[in-house]
Design a protein around this ligand. Structure first.
Ligand code: RNT
Ligand code: ZN
Length: 411
């Protein structure tokens, strides 16, 4: 008997069906973020540094410097990652054939090459307006007291939603369009309400147009570097905004909360109220550091909440990490495969809801601990084999070869 067959028997004896798990896993898309490939630099403003209180650290060689390089790197990662993938773009990844356009003048044509890429690779596209790394993003954008600056960013938001609608139409799948702004203050503000009222008005205007295929969402945050004392788009602000604006959803980034809060518990808190919950799965280490996602307990808990609540169609899984200190393609492969592993792990858990309802917490603890040492790796390896991607660390050699053939020449 091969390892998969033997593992399958062990799961079946606990009433868990690995075949059903593999089939389900294949249907769950994970949206990979383009920005791991080039340290969140984008292409629209080559000389602009990364701003907005987010930071990449490290200078590992081989960063993608052009759209062609980024696309080639993504395509390599696709060969090493099983299952259904989407691509999450930022508006700063616009590709200008002729004259460059400022953020408030971006048009679908500036993303035609990405649509071509998405069609070729059979991936849906998600999108993000970019409210940072721009001279007019000097700490405040959609909440700016200067109307001319605020209007610029409102026009940007409107332009991006139209691009999202273009993606949805071209690719025949939804496009998640996520608004995250860096707005906040370093020190204790004199007015905490005013900026939030301006942000609310800006969002109302951005979301006014009804667009086919676009799923809108807003991403909250607790603080950023240089914006430690006050964040305009806080959790309560955006959760309330989304709850009171049908069609706008609340995106949870697990680097954006106080350290003892967990997104795994926020998912079932939102499910009674929202039919979509977008995620930015990340790994905060002491702060919103955006480390590569590892196969840790919180990732497994997030996956369990998605799977056991039948929410695989409701929770829109996106990744958000950027590590410039290791091979960037390896970062994508490790983080994305880990997300998928966590989903598979969750799909292979015993159902203990009845035990909980009967007050039988002994069984809940006993079986969930037993499940941790079942031969999960053999089922994962089978999934990789069926998807034609390396089932183990063999994927790394493929990247090492590419590193010496391609990345090493990017100097
Ligand atoms: C920043 C947010 C945001 C960004 C990306 C690049 O803290 O997490 O989602 O990481 O938009
Ligand atoms: Zn995020």
């Amino acid at each position: 008997m091969n390892r998969y067959e033997s593992a399958k028997e062990q799961y079946l004896s606990l009433g868990i069906d690995p075949e059903a798990a593999l089939e389900k896993l294949a249907s769950i898309p994970v949206s990979m973020h383009c920005w791991q490939g080039d340290d969140v630099r984008g292409f629209d403003r080559p000389d602009e540094g990364l701003s907005g209180g987010i930071q990449t650290t490290g200078n590992y060689p081989g960063r993608a410097r052009t759209p062609e390089e980024l696309m080639a790197d993504l395509e390599l990662s696709y060969k090493l990652i099983p299952g259904k993938k989407r691509l999450n773009l930022h508006s700063s990844y616009a590709i200008f054939d002729g004259a460059p356009a400022d953020r408030d003048a971006l048009e679908p044509k500036h993303f035609a090459k990405w649509v071509e890429f998405a069609k070729k690779n059979n991936v849906g596209l998600d999108f993000n307006p970019t409210f940072f790394s721009h001279p007019l993003a000097d700490g405040l954008t959609l909440s700016h007291p200067d109307d001319s600056i605020r209007e610029f960013w409102i026009r940007h938001g409107i332009a991006c939603r139209r691009i999202a609608a273009y993606f949805a139409k071209e690719l025949n799948t939804h496009c998640l369009c996520n608004v995250w702004i860096p707005d906040g203050y370093k020190d204790i503000p004199a007015d905490r309400l005013g900026p939030r009222l301006r942000l609310k008005d800006s969002l109302d205007r951005i979301f006014a147009e009804k667009l086919e295929g676009v799923i809108d969402c807003v991403e909250s945050k607790v603080f950023g570097i240089g914006v430690e004392s006050y964040t305009v788009g806080s959790g309560e602000f955006y959760a309330s905004y989304a709850a009171s604006h049908p069609g706008v959803y609340y995106l949870l980034d697990n680097g954006h909360f106080h350290p003892t809060e967990v997104v795994s518990d926020k998912i079932p808190a939102l499910l009674p109220f929202f039919d979509k919950i977008p995620l930015h799965v990340s790994r905060p280490v002491r702060w919103d550091s955006d480390h590569v996602v590892i196969f840790d307990d919180e990732l497994k808990e997030i996956a369990k909440e998605i799977v056991r609540n039948d929410a695989t169609d409701k929770v829109l899984i996106g990744l958000d990490f950027f590590d410039a200190s290791i091979n960037r393609i390896a970062a994508w492969v490790i983080g994305t495969r880990n997300m998928q592993k966590a989903l598979l792990f969750a799909l292979l858990q015993p159902n203990l809801k009845d035990a909980q309802n009967a007050g039988n917490f002994t069984d809940v603890l006993a079986y969930s601990e037993e499940a941790k040492t079942l031969p999960f790796g053999d089922i994962w390896a089978e999934y990789c084999r069926r998807n034609g991607v390396p089932e183990n660390h063999a994927w790394l050699q493929v990247i090492r070869d590419y590193e010496s053939d391609v990345l090493a020449k990017r100097v």
